[in-house]
Ligand binder design. Structure first.
Ligand SMILES: Nc1ncnc2c1ncn2[C@@H]1O[C@H](COP(=O)(O)OP(=O)(O)OP(=O)(O)O)[C@@H](O)[C@H]1O
Length: 247
């Protein structure tokens, strides 16, 4: 890592609004008796059953389980991307069950997402995509956003690709841009769905070690779905889902 970049990052984040908060002492994610259904009437199907889970600040939790067991559904509920239907789901002490849309939007802003489908804007450059990760936090000037985005792209090994359009990057490179975009605002919670799936062994390792370092330094909490056995050792805790049940 470039020492000048570290200085830049620390200088800018001294006044960052996304510092560890008093919420540290209680779980940042608390799920109680959460069920979830898809479809209606005779097509109604239950995919999550009585989920109970508490995750503390700074914890790295890996969620494993077979395909179709409900991992992505749970992650998208936690991230405010889908409305929870029953039970209780608290993110940073805010209840999302029955909450107005604005509350879900706020929850979305406090999370960084890394999903299988990286969802980059293909007509924007790598740099512009990462800068977008800071746009909802309107406290940075354009040059600060550029400095932070450049730093994150260097961290994920794309310092020489900053001006490439996303569509001109390989799958693994796109995934690394998505990771940089998710982490650049130093979110309190990172939700990651198979973040290393498109990466080779060394890049996958580098990425999870970077996420681990962020979690430990910033009190950032990570919940990561993965089938990648090579990265299980970064977890503080591994939980397993089977047929919509956590065990
Ligand atoms: N939008 C949807 N509408 C209806 N059913 C859905 C929807 N999304 C997911 N499901 C169903 O919910 C169940 C859980 O899916 P989910 O994607 O959460 O599993 P997963 O464990 O993340 O799987 P994978 O490891 O393959 O990503 C599956 O039976 C799936 O078919």
């Amino acid at each position: 890592m470039n020492p000048a970049s570290i200085l830049t990052w620390d200088r800018i984040f001294v006044r960052s609004p996304v510092r560890p908060s008093p919420v540290r002492l209680s779980p940042v994610i608390k799920v109680e008796h959460l069920d979830h259904f898809f479809g209606e009437d005779e097509l109604k199907k239950q995919v999550l059953f009585n989920i109970n889970l508490a995750i503390n600040a700074g914890e790295i939790v890996i969620l494993t389980g077979p395909s179709g067991s409900g991992k992505t559904t749970l992650l998208s509920l936690m991230g405010g991307l889908r409305s929870p239907q029953s039970g209780s789901l608290r993110i940073l002490n805010t209840e999302l069950v029955g909450a107005p849309k604005a509350v879900a939007v706020e929850a979305r802003r406090s999370c960084g997402y890394i999903f299988q489908a990286h969802n980059l804007h293909t007509s924007l450059t790598a740099m512009e995509n990462v800068m977008m990760g800071l746009e909802v936090h309107g406290t940075y000037s354009r040059s600060e956003r550029r400095d932070l985005a450049l730093h994150m792209l260097e961290v994920v090994g794309l310092g020489k690709r900053t001006q490439y359009y996303a569509e001109a990057l390989s799958g693994g490179q796109k995934q690394r841009v998505a990771i940089a975009r998710a982490l650049v605002s130093r979110p309190q919670i990172v939700l990651a769905d198979e973040p290393t799936a498109a990466l080779d062994k060394q890049s996958g390792r580098d990425v999870v070690e970077l996420m681990q370092k962020l979690a430990k330094q910033q009190g950032c909490t990570i919940l990561m779905v993965t089938h990648d056995n090579r990265i299980l050792d970064v977890a503080d805790r591994i939980i397993h889902m089977e047929d919509g049940h956590l065990n």
